[in-house]
Write a protein that binds this ligand. Structure first.
Ligand code: BGC
Length: 744
């Protein structure tokens, strides 16, 4: 039986006999706040009226690392939060980050959100949300700390793997189904990190200086969709500053934009330790404070939670009249609303953990997110019937990747590494040999969760290279599996990467292998773009992301053609760091406390196209084992007014020999505008399944709101008349058909 509900029943019984503030609760009362037939807002008002001022303040801050207190006297339950966003974090101690030592808190790790974004499939996003929501529910969590939707501004951001790429439209579309499905479990999402947390260097200290247009066109849309379309019940305010105020208590971001303009009725939760100022925390929109340093984040102290900004310091101000009860009640209503939506709901499902369905979901999502970047001479897929000996090289073939990276680190029930996945896929007739090739990072622990892998290596770098090359000369096919990992300054929270290059000696190993065996495929496991100086020497390249529990199975599915790759890049892979706007303009400095987003709206492909910088691999790029032919795009009308829409259609045919899924992408550009606009911007996409020879007519509706830009002088979105171009293609750089229309 659900422990929380036993607790609820016990405390209700106690409450029934005690005199309470506001109203008493007698034995025969049927209090409105407990009556699920009553409208939620009425129940909130009823509960609010019964609460003392101390109780009100008490639900606005943490009582442990991941929980807040609820109202025990009234049987209003605690709120339990959990990371997020790729699986359900193992239990830590009440006051410490150390493991609690539970044995029932292992989970399924789903692919990292970059991989989910790379599926370009709302269906996969819904499957992800459903599955992780069920795991959260089974573990009795009320708030899942995710998804993350910060925009990929620089490939150095250590946390990009937790986000959904560089494009606001793609991130919006991919976030919404995840949110809706999680919340169907009676578990709230907590969309993070709002806002402008686009780097980890000095994450608590930098002030993001961004113009209003870039703020509204690039950095906010995914949050706005999460709130308005996804109906997110909570949002996590980020560590950084904006306009001189920390985002956790920021008048502009929280009160003005989120709560007033977007009508957000949920809870603003501080990122752990992101609250710094009591007056601002009270006045500037924070509702629920977590992780502030006094609680043992960096040391232990007694009754530390009372010292939180939204605890005794707030109470003192309420008592002496410096703080108003009106503002307090708004925060309390929000937190109660969240509790009613989650912890206190009795009609929610029970969830499930580590089920075969969840493993299958992880495998499917990974299979649809893995991106085939290059495949000259059809090196892939490998045919287990004809390939006698496969050499696998590289540390990431054997290293577990679910441990590390910061708060998203997990304790998995199982994780199939790439080497294990490949071995399991081929059976006995194929010989699979392994060579390390290089040594990267042999550690494997996070907050007391250890992988238990022994990755120590005695051989010198030279010897490792020689051994790998000798084995490569003797193999029918070579698969190099490297990339980044989850250690500091790689793909990891709280630090950024030092550069775009692959770490360790990987470039040299890849070059040497390519010289020995042309049947080489390079698999990059990372959440970020990496430089590929060897790109011209390698026939086949796969971007495999961090795929969680099913990493090896899903990769093997693609390598052997069981799954025809259909992932597309959710971010631009630049040739050099300087090909990215922020870096070209010197507008990223890990030691700078004022980070000026000088590139404005020209992020990712918007920058590459404006300056005609040829990317290594373009936004939206991804190959398949089949080929797709695009016909001519046609629209049902040549012009629209601000009140109409038009439908554009294009026939897409599978012109190859195997079935596959193609992501048909629609971009729109304004031919002439009073302000500078990107050449084109993503405004639609559809993933279609096609049998060999099959054609489908893919249609998109173009609405006037898709054509607007944000006019900073008006503080509003503006539609200008004139001619626009629709571009439809297989990537932002592979446009297959265009047509123009007028806005009259
Ligand atoms: C991270 C959040 C995370 C929180 C709780 C913070 O350091 O930035 O994303 O949810 O810790 O673990």
């Amino acid at each position: 039986m659900n422990l929380k509900f036993i607790a609820l029943a016990v405390s209700l019984f106690a409450a029934a006999s005690s005199a309470v503030c506001g109203q008493s609760l007698h034995k025969n009362d049927n209090p409105v706040y407990l009556d699920e037939n009553q409208p939620v807002e009425k129940r909130i008002e009823d509960a609010l009226a019964r609460m003392t001022i101390e109780e009100k303040v008490r639900i606005l801050h943490a009582q442990s690392k991941f929980s807040s207190a609820g109202v025990p006297r009234l049987g209003i339950p605690e709120l339990w939060t959990t990371d997020g966003p790729h699986g359900i974090r193992p239990e830590v101690l009440w006051d410490k980050w150390r493991q609690a030592g539970w044995t029932n808190d292992s989970c399924v790790a789903f692919p990292a959100l970059t991989c989910l974004a790379a599926t370009w499939s709302e269906e996969m996003s819904a499957l992800y949300g459903k599955s992780i929501g069920e795991e959260a529910r089974f573990r009795e969590k009320d708030v899942l700390l995710g998804p993350g939707v910060n925009i990929y501004r620089t490939p150095l951001n250590g946390r990009n793997f937790e986000y959904m790429g560089e494009d606001p439209y793609l991130a919006s579309r991919m976030a919404v189904p995840y949110i809706k499905e999680v919340q169907k479990n009676g578990v709230a999402v907590c969309v993070k990190h709002y806002a402008l947390n686009n780097q980890e260097s000095l994450r608590h200290e930098y002030d993001a200086v961004v113009d209003d247009r870039a703020l509204h066109e690039i950095y906010l849309p995914a949050f706005k969709s999460a709130v308005q379309e996804g109906g997110a019940w909570s949002i996590m305010a980020s560590y950084n500053l904006y306009k001189g105020q920390h985002a956790c208590h920021n008048q502009y971001l929280l009160n003005d934009i989120l709560k007033r303009d977007w009508g957000f009725d949920g809870v603003v939760i501080s990122d752990w330790g992101g609250t710094h100022d009591t007056e601002q925390a009270i006045a500037n929109g924070l509702d629920l404070e977590f992780g502030t340093g006094t609680n043992g984040l960096y040391g232990d102290s007694k009754n530390a939670y009372d010292a939180y900004h939204l605890a005794l310091p707030y109470l003192e101000r309420l008592r002496d009249g410096r703080a108003s009860e009106e503002v307090l009640n708004d925060k309390v209503r929000r937190v109660l609303r969240l509790i009613f939506r989650t912890a206190m709901r009795t009609d929610k499902p029970f969830g499930s953990l580590c089920s075969p369905e969840h493993y299958e979901a992880a495998r499917r999502i990974a299979g649809e997110g893995i991106v085939l970047l290059k495949n000259d001479n059809s090196v892939l897929p490998l045919d287990p019937e004809t390939v006698g000996k496969i050499l696998v090289v590289g540390e990431n073939a054997v290293k577990m990747m679910t441990v590390g990276g910061g708060s998203s680190s997990l304790k998995v029930q199982r994780e199939i590494t790439p080497l294990e996945g490949i071995r399991a896929a081929v059976g006995k007739d194929v010989e699979v040999v392994y060579e390390r090739g290089y040594v990267g990072d042999i550690t494997g622990n996070y907050n007391g969760v250890v992988t238990g892998q022994d990755l120590s290596e005695e051989r010198s770098a030279d010897q490792l290279l020689k051994d790998a090359c000798a084995a490569a000369a003797d193999a029918d096919a070579v698969v190099f599996i490297g990339g980044l990992n989850k250690s500091a300054h790689q793909d990891c929270e709280n630090s950024d990467r030092y550069g775009l290059e692959l770490p360790y000696t990987q470039d040299a190993v890849i070059e040497a292998l390519a010289a020995v065996n042309p049947n080489l495929s390079v698999v990059i496991v990372s959440g970020n773009a990496v430089a590929m100086p060897w790109v011209g020497k390698v026939n086949s390249i796969v971007q495999a992301w961090y795929c969680g529990s099913q990493a090896g199975t899903a990769l093997a599915d693609v390598i052997f053609g069981k799954v025809n790759p259909s992932g597309k890049l959710p971010m631009t892979f630049p040739v050099r760091l300087q090909d990215n706007g922020a870096h070209a303009l010197g507008a990223y400095d890990p030691e700078d406390r004022s980070v000026e987003y000088k590139e404005g709206i020209f992020v990712g492909y918007r920058w590459a196209q404006k300056y005609k910088v040829h990317p290594l691999f373009a936004f939206g790029h991804g190959l398949s084992y089949t080929s797709y032919g695009y016909g001519k795009a046609e629209s049902d009308r040549k012009s629209i007014s601000s009140a109409d829409s038009l439908v554009v259609s294009i026939p897409v045919t599978n012109t190859g020999d195997v079935a596959g899924k193609e992501v048909v992408q629609l971009y729109i550009g304004d031919n002439k505008s009073s302000v500078e606009r990107p050449v084109m911007e993503l405004k639609g996409f559809r993933k279609v399944y096609l049998e060999p020879g099959q054609t489908e007519k893919v249609s998109f509706t173009v609405r006037p709101d898709m054509l607007k830009f944000y006019d900073a002088s008006k503080g509003d979105w503006v539609l200008e008349k004139g001619r626009f171009t629709i571009y439809i293609g297989a990537s932002s750089e592979d446009i297959r058909s265009k047509l123009e229309f007028d806005v009259k």
